[in-house]
Design a protein around this ligand. Structure first.
Ligand SMILES: Cc1cc2nc3c(=O)[nH]c(=O)nc-3n(C[C@H](O)[C@H](O)[C@H](O)COP(=O)(O)OP(=O)(O)OC[C@H]3O[C@@H](n4cnc5c(N)ncnc54)[C@H](O)[C@@H]3O)c2cc1C
Length: 499
């Protein structure tokens, strides 16, 4: 019998773990190399020297994360909370409460989202100004053409073009962009904004419903998953930073370099973030020969900050997950009641709160003490009872350029699963896929897609079954078909204008 094919996977986030897990189960000899001390990538969790559980931000699992839910079920795990409701705060106080959309009578999308969301201050006239935007939602079908058409425009320009009021933009759309794409509207691609909003909010009434892990994702999902991978023969090696992808004279990858150590491979899968990939290219002896890898220098990551505060008393927090806007001009943040979400804090007499800040550039240089003071102040603005509580312990995690920045004009530089190196495949939440998912689910799906390319290349094993996103509702399908037909009819009319 011939030796199994050797596959090296780089990066143990959702993408790298998905690829590794599938290929190990298909009989490949897989080595997963992770630069950090803990696997999990942006979702990694670990214990402080004092024994406190911390992680690089709390992660929600939205209703449409069908592939991740499937994987977790296949592992026999039960890590999630119930579906939770959430609210939104500004410095003026409570702004919005979301119901559990799946419990409300189902209306044609996106009607339920507009009708059932409880806006405390935003006037109906402002909300109604979103209606014309529905044309762009219909027109953006996640195709390559749609991305090219909408990616050159900022999300702010898109909303302005469709007549959204200043108040609706400031109080609703921009907060969603700050939390969903980690950047303010003038720095987000309109294509990414439409894709993200459709996937999480607009496509089906229940899409905005979310569950959380009942502890760190690291402990609840990644540890048992990695144990299963290792039991099946896969190797997961931490503290192994890949410094180069080695390519022979015929342009085939022969393995990867980890400092002085070489890991040979018949195929390589990257599950590395944009920032990680840029570093590999910058140090590479070979990748700089390929324009598609040199072009990655045009891409960027966004700074985020994850903080966890332990208070000396229990504060009543109405809902477990909360998004906040209007505190800093270009930063959004969220806070979570961990006594409610995490099993280990259920019976604590003290509040444990996670507060994560997105597009947190100006916060990263602050000292830990300054950051904790700011978080305490901002929490008090939302829920005044925090003002009488004292912080007794805290954790501050800075993630420099950690998350993908889908800025206008970035689409042209994003990579697909296949590259100009025939046995080097890409995965991660920034990789172009037509699946339609976002964030963790997208990372997981692209990992499976990369694994499927390997299966296709060697003709060994079965393809991973990737569950498509739920189909568009019939009226959306009809509107898209009509729009497409109209566009086909009018395509021969010369258009001298910049599109
Ligand atoms: C604060 C915060 C909150 C978030 N909230 C949510 C949420 O609620 N829901 C959601 O779905 N998503 C959320 N996200 C986004 C989500 O975390 C990402 O979309 C997802 O984790 C990306 O996974 P990935 O596998 O593509 O990449 P990553 O998680 O970035 O993994 C890449 C891995 O590659 C490793 N690596 C990099 N360079 C090298 C190298 N040279 N050699 C070896 N290894 C290397 C890194 O160490 C890392 O482990 C959030 C992100 C943050 C930061």
């Amino acid at each position: 019998m011939s030796e199994p094919k050797k596959i090296v996977v780089i990066g143990a986030g959702w993408a790298g773990l998905a690829a590794t897990s599938h290929l190990v189960n298909q009989g490949y000899d897989v080595t997963l190399l992770e630069a950090a001390a803990h696997p999990g990538g942006l979702v990694a969790g670990w214990q402080t020297p004092g024994g406190r559980s911390v992680e690089g931000g709390i992660h929600g699992f939205w209703y449409p994360y069908r592939n991740i839910f499937n994987q977790v079920k296949a592992l026999g795990l039960n890590p999630f909370t119930r579906f939770t409701r959430s609210s939104q705060y500004s410095p003026a106080g409570l702004e919005v409460e979301s119901p559990l959309f799946q419990n409300e009578p189902r209306l044609p999308a996106p009607l339920g989202t507009f009708i059932y969301t409880q806006f405390k201050r935003l006037p109906l006239s402002d909300r109604l100004s979103a209606l014309p935007l529905l044309y762009a939602v219909i027109d953006f079908d996640n195709s390559d053409q749609a991305w090219q058409n909408y990616d050159k425009m900022t999300a702010r320009e898109l909303f302005k073009q469709y007549g959204v009021t200043d108040r609706l933009y400031r109080d609703s759309f921009e907060p969603m962009l700050l939390v969903g794409l980690f950047a303010p509207g003038e720095q987000c691609s309109a294509a990414a904004a439409l894709g993200m909003l459709y996937y999480f909010i607009l496509a089906h009434q229940s899409d905005f419903d979310v569950v959380w892990c009942r502890g760190t994702v690291g402990a609840r999902i990644f540890q048992p998953w990695i144990a299963q991978i290792e039991a099946a023969g896969g190797k997961v090696l931490t503290n192994q930073r890949v410094t180069d992808i080695v390519v022979d004279q015929s342009g085939i990858a022969t393995g990867v370099q980890c400092g002085p150590e070489f890991f040979s491979a018949d195929a390589v899968i990257s599950g590395v973030s944009i920032t990680g990939m840029k570093k590999i290219v910058a140090n590479s002896q070979t990748l700089n020969n390929y324009p598609q890898f040199r072009n990655l220098s045009n891409l960027k990551g966004i700074d985020v900050l994850a903080t966890r505060l332990w208070f000396d008393r229990k504060i009543d927090i109405p809902l477990p997950s909360n998004a906040c806007f209007g505190f800093d001009a270009t930063t959004g943040w969220t806070f979570f009641d961990l006594n409610d979400l995490h099993d280990e804090y259920h019976d604590e007499a003290h509040s444990v709160v996670e507060a994560d800040f997105y597009h947190a550039n100006q916060l990263l240089p602050m000292s830990d003490e300054q950051i904790v003071d700011k978080v305490h102040r901002d929490l008090t603005t939302c829920i005044p009872a925090f003002g009488s509580a004292t912080v007794i312990d805290s954790s501050v995690i800075r993630v420099k350029e950690g998350v993908t920045h889908f800025f206008p004009g970035s689409y042209q530089y994003l990579l697909s699963a296949t590259t100009d190196i025939p046995n080097l495949y890409m995965s991660g939440d920034w990789i172009v896929t037509r699946h339609g998912s976002w964030s963790q689910e997208k990372a997981y799906v692209t990992g499976l897609e990369a694994a499927n390319r390997v299966v296709e290349q060697f003709g060994i094993g079965s393809q991973a079954n990737i569950i498509p996103i739920e189909a568009d509702e019939p009226h959306i399908q009809l509107a898209r078909t009509l729009n497409q037909t109209l566009k086909e009819w009018t395509q021969f009319i010369p258009n001298p204008w910049l599109v």
